[in-house]
Design a protein around this ligand. Sequence first.
Ligand code: CUA
Length: 286
Amino acid sequence: MLILAAVIFALVAVLVIYGIVRYRARDGAALPTQIFGSRKAEITWTVIPIVIVTVLFVFTVRTMAFVDAPREPADQPDVTITGHQWWWEARYANGAVAVQEIHIPVGRRLLARIEAADVIHDFWVPQLARKMDAVPGRSGYIWLEANAPGTYEGRCSEFCGMQHAWMHFTVIAEPEPQFSAWLQRQAEPPREPEAGLPVVGGRLFREEKCTDCHAVSATDTQPRKGPPLAHIAGRKLLGGDIPNSPANLARWTVNPQSIKPGNRMPNQRLSNADTLALTAYLESLR
Ligand code: CUA
């Protein structure tokens, strides 16, 4: 399209310049011949654009058929990506769940279903795929594919509330063996702690009703308000906004609104001792 447009632009520019120079006003020169109505010219400048637009249309339709995932695919998606205020959740066919970090294999396209849990979001990884709105109660499908390994930045591209600007995520493309290993690991439930502070924290986690909003086991697929925490110690915190350290986990647990104002996590008013235990428990979830 760009090449065609460039050729047309060049042609028109040359003709305009030629006309300006060739027919410019000169001392003593008569007015150039004036032409009124020309069937030949009319037909020419109607037919040529029709041909050009038709060619572009055919190429566009072909490209769309290749680029767009089917609207209602017969197959189950490889991954279902759900937008929440304000994080992205990716659920894979084998039960693996990822938060904010979506892994894909290099050179193989995944069929991704895009959904929303609360308000409208928009899933966008500029380097990998087209945009797709995430609309509550509806599903959109896109192909997610990378030709080279790497980390690709994604953005929520539909205003969705206070933290919209920070609703970013990453897509990590890695060779097939690494991808399968990751997928396998991610589907496994984390090891429950056996002794010490993490055990106390685990008990608190259940008593304080953290489980109402957060799943811990990878096999727990019940939809919840908050992100699953199955492998929280091994991933980035808030999509990398703050380093994943015990201190930051504690800060978040004590007063989540101080870190990300407007988020849905309530302040549980935990004592220092409880915070320490909870943090130790979360740190054990790898
Ligand atoms: Cu989600 Cu903007």
